[in-house]
Design a protein around this ligand. Sequence first.
Ligand code: NDP
Length: 338
Amino acid sequence: MVESTRIVLASRPVGAPTPENFRTETVELPGPGEGEVLLRTLYLSLDPYMRGRMSSAKSYAEPVEIGGVMVGATVAEVLESRDPSVAKGGVVLAYSGWQTHDVAPARSLRALDPAKAPVSTALGVLGMPGFTAYAGLSKIGRPRPGETLVVAAATGPVGSAVGQIAKIKGARTVGIAGGPRKVAYLNELGFDVALDHRAPDFADQLAAAVPGGIDVYFENVGGAVADAVYPLLNTYARVPVCGLIADYNVSGVQEGPDRLPAFYGRILTKSLTVRGFIQTEFVRELYPDFLREMGEWVADGRVRYREDVVHGLAAAPEAFIGMLEGRNFGKVVVKVAD
Ligand code: NDP
């Protein structure tokens, strides 16, 4: 028997999540059965999609049940293995959620090589968020040399990878982030233009920054940023719709004028491609290419990344709430154990 501390969903948020929506419990885990392993979580990934799982609204994945462990990708050490394919003492990518220990089927794990890259990168630049950027650009955005690409949440794991991959492909890149510290970092990362979406004249700054219009808008946020971008899209522009974080904490329908006719009008008259995607759609086709190419780019420094490391499982709810408000600076990982 091993004790596992875990954070469960105590209640569903209305609007922004609060600490009261989470509860910490300790349970005793049985030992692993045949084909299973006992895991000790080293790192837990916090990602915006978890806000959707806290809600009961119908979506592409089932919600977390009330009282259920919050879901999430983890990097874990194998404490005990009852499967010949997974070695005791190894480090693996798992999906254990917000808990210190887990018993998982061996076949659900991917072995990580700590000599190749810091293991936490399997949750960020060399994991799901990096893959999201890679797949959304390869299949939908398709930036060409000389084209202009715009992306917001650009210091985060998806946005920063989008900007840097687009640069490798020869595009001119405009990164958007909240606040001067993040904007300064975008310049460090090599974005051609870095803008603060909180500036009162943000829409004018964006228009001035793209004299030739926008060919690819990698949609991470929606909201006011999207409002500023859409009038600037060129004919045949591509919009991979990846995330709409500006609206994740909005419950119900917002009051306001109906902007849908204007939106569809633009799609029609500019021959836009607006294509939503969930990264899992492309895993089978592109994941090996991603691991190879992105692995090379990270190793040779052409793609850089930043982690926002939070210490201890107990800090996860506050860090998650903060991420939805932009208080994170880089990929949020919770260091659960050494
Ligand atoms: P980040 O680490 O970038 O964190 C979210 C960031 O969003 C915040 O730091 C904040 O950055 C920005 N943000 C929050 N509210 C607003 C707002 N109102 N306007 C503009 N920016 C805002 O997250 P990720 O890189 O992990 O994810 C980025 C997006 O990609 C999310 O929408 C996520 O849901 C989506 N996603 C989609 C996937 C898919 O398969 N379709 C898979 C993975 C992620 P700042 O302070 O700079 O504004």
